[in-house]
Write a protein that binds this ligand. Structure first.
Ligand SMILES: NC(=O)c1ccc[n+]([C@@H]2O[C@H](COP(=O)([O-])OP(=O)(O)OC[C@H]3O[C@@H](n4cnc5c(N)ncnc54)[C@H](OP(=O)(O)O)[C@@H]3O)[C@@H](O)[C@H]2O)c1
Length: 237
């Protein structure tokens, strides 16, 4: 009888070596007042990480933190304060504000792992489509304006609706993790693995992030056709 295939959810990455301990890392979220930022903040706080929601407005950040039950380890601050206070920083702002915000925070983000989940996507009457990005991808633009940070692309395909759904105890999907710094991608894989149901899968260097971001347009089309919040699973690993 064949061996049953193990569930991929939360299984360690055999290619990553030992899983780093990321349970105490403080996670800052730039643009954390938006749906995606609040969703990731919520899930990481549930997993026990201290979380800092960043915003252009300290008041909006505080309100978003309170809305997620701020007492449970979620605080709100300006983006600048969040970037300074956090160990690891997630960028969850719209593409339009991406370069300008990151360039203004280069000093605060120096030396830190910066996780970029930004999808440069446009919408017209035919649906979603990927925008052309001079640097190749949003993540490469981040690396361009943050030369002293360790930029990793991840969480591009994780729907905020699922992250914020109180009925869902698990968010069952793989997160493609891309970057040029192996220690940093390993750390982000470990962070993804802290969310029940989720697995971080190394998916190549940052120069391959453009198609991962662009694939979001396909997922939007799938979501519209099938009335879903689709995500990815990578097979045979
Ligand atoms: N929504 C999803 O399901 C999903 C899934 C995967 C990836 N993403 C990516 O995650 C990012 C955020 O998505 P979202 O839906 O949460 O977006 P959003 O709600 O439109 O924006 C997030 C936050 O960014 C801040 N912001 C808006 N414009 C800005 C600007 N020009 N400069 C700096 N900050 C600005 C706002 O916070 P303040 O006004 O408080 O500063 C806003 O609450 C996007 O790049 C998206 O591609 C989204």
């Amino acid at each position: 009888m064949p061996e049953p295939h193990p569930s991929p959810a939360n299984s360690p990455d055999p290619a990553a070596g030992s899983t780093p301990d990321v349970g105490n890392l403080a996670i800052g979220v730039l643009g954390g007042t938006g749906a995606e930022g609040r969703g990731l903040a919520h899930r990481f706080a549930l997993s026990g990480n201290p979380v800092i929601i960043g915003s252009r407005s300290a008041e909006r950040a505080a309100a978003a933190a309170a809305g997620l039950g701020g007492g449970s380890g979620i605080r709100g601050m300006t983006n600048q304060e969040a970037a300074r206070a956090a160990d690891v920083v997630i960028v969850a702002v719209p593409w339009e504000g991406h370069r300008e915000l990151l360039a203004s925070l280069a000093a605060e983000l120096a030396g830190k792992v910066v996780i970029d989940c930004v999808n440069p996507i446009g919408f017209d009457s035919r649906g979603a489509y990927p925008l052309r990005v001079a640097e190749g991808s949003a993540a490469e633009q981040a690396a361009d304006v943050l030369p002293d940070s360790r930029v990793v692309g991840a969480f591009h395909h994780v729907s905020s609706v699922l992250l914020l759904d109180p009925q869902l105890s698990e968010v069952s999907q793989d997160v493609l993790v891309l970057g040029d710094d192996r220690e940093a991608t390993g750390l982000v894989q470990a962070l993804a693995g802290r969310i029940p149901g989720m697995r971080g899968v190394y998916a190549g260097r940052l120069r391959n992030c453009g198609q991962v971001e662009a694939l979001t347009a396909n997922l939007v089309a799938i979501n519209r056709r099938y009335k879903a919040h689709s995500g990815l699973r990578v097979t045979d690993i």
